[in-house]
Design a protein around this ligand. Structure first.
Ligand SMILES: [Fe+2]
Ligand SMILES: [Fe+2]
Length: 333
């Protein structure tokens, strides 16, 4: 998910230098549910908001490979290993589609990677929590990918064409991720008392961080109104969070696990679950990089980038060699 707006400084509305008729035509197209494409005119604030949101989303996919990649070698069976490996590869693919979508807005891959490595760019707070047991892999698929789907399904209709199209494919894969996580949790919950306790412990630790993934409440989310008007966001943080709670609580009940929230109860009148207060101090601390494993995550990305330098160099050398061969052939032909 990874598209939570985590900046407390909202993008400014139309810059004074932008021609009002261009802004009006743009707003009319968006209001009419047309897709905005890379070469179309767009307000600078729209472009900046999208670059921030899409690159943050891309970073989250790639950083999100770390907590699960960590368990590939320890998955309890060949089947679990194969499934987890495929899932982690999917996340790498999601990162690549999204970096490409952001590049169409005029930012480069190198700029985005550098922003991640220097701590300027954010990624989803959820990946700054450690994966302590195998049950955590179940909880991540069920809850974290489950929350990602809630957030990403409406983004298939987001106003920026390349982002919306990337989301169509991503969503198909996310629903498989959610199912594999739920299946791991369901099996553990139906297993020995120790296995069931592991599943409950994972739910206890991942529940609150998962519902925080939707970002700050609407009354403290400065970019929400602008993003909804521009159809970058189609539903608010609180609306999406409520949907997630409503769908997930019955799933926990169905497999005999308890959601760790004493205030959780069905509200007949609203037709939704009421839930307890979220610890926003914890959320903002994790956003600022104080999550339990935040430093390890960024270090792992930087190490991978540095150790992979030879691959990038080799690919560039190969491409240059091919290009010069083609040139020679063209000259001779
Ligand atoms: Fe993903
Ligand atoms: Fe996923």
């Amino acid at each position: 998910m990874y598209t939570t707006e985590m900046s407390k400084n909202p993008a400014r509305p139309a810059a004074p230098s932008e021609a009002p008729e261009l802004v009006a035509a743009f707003e009319a197209r968006v209001a009419n549910d047309e897709f905005i494409e890379p070469k179309d005119w767009m307000p600078e604030a729209y472009r900046k908001t999208l670059v921030r949101q899409i690159s943050q989303h891309a970073h989250s996919e790639v950083v999100g490979m770390l907590p699960e990649g960590n368990w590939i070698s320890r998955a309890p069976s060949l089947r679990r290993k194969a499934v987890l490996l495929a899932k982690v590869q999917d996340e790498g693919g999601h990162g690549l589609y999204l970096y490409s979508a952001a590049e169409t807005l005029g930012t480069s891959r190198d700029q985005m990677i550098e922003a991640l490595h220097t701590g300027k760019a954010k990624y989803s707070t959820i990946f700054n929590y450690p994966t302590l047991t195998w049950a955590d892999i179940g909880a991540i698929g069920w809850l974290v990918d489950g929350a990602a789907i809630m957030n990403q399904v409406p983004l298939q209709r987001t106003s920026y064409g390349p982002y919306a199209r990337a989301m169509v494919r991503v969503c198909k894969e996310e629903s498989f991720h959610q199912r594999q996580g739920f299946e791991i949790t369901m099996k553990l919950a139906a297993g020995t008392p120790e296995q069931k306790a592991m599943a409950q412990d994972a739910l206890n630790r991942w529940w609150w961080p998962s519902i925080m993934m939707f970002g700050p409440p609407d009354d403290n989310s400065p970019n929400t109104a602008q993003s909804v008007r521009w159809r970058i966001k189609r539903e608010t943080n609180d609306e999406l969070r409520q949907k997630f709670v409503d769908v997930t609580v019955p799933q926990a009940e169905a497999i005999g696990l308890t959601v760790p929230d004493p205030d959780l109860k069905w509200n007949e009148e609203r037709g939704h679950y009421d839930y307890g207060a979220i610890d926003w101090d914890e959320f903002w601390a994790v956003v600022k990089g104080e999550g339990p494993v935040a430093k390890e995550r960024v270090k792992a990305r930087i190490d991978a980038w540095e150790k992979g330098a030879w691959v990038r160099e080799a690919a560039l050398a190969h491409a240059a060699k091919q290009a010069s061969r083609r040139q020679k052939e063209a000259a001779n032909g």
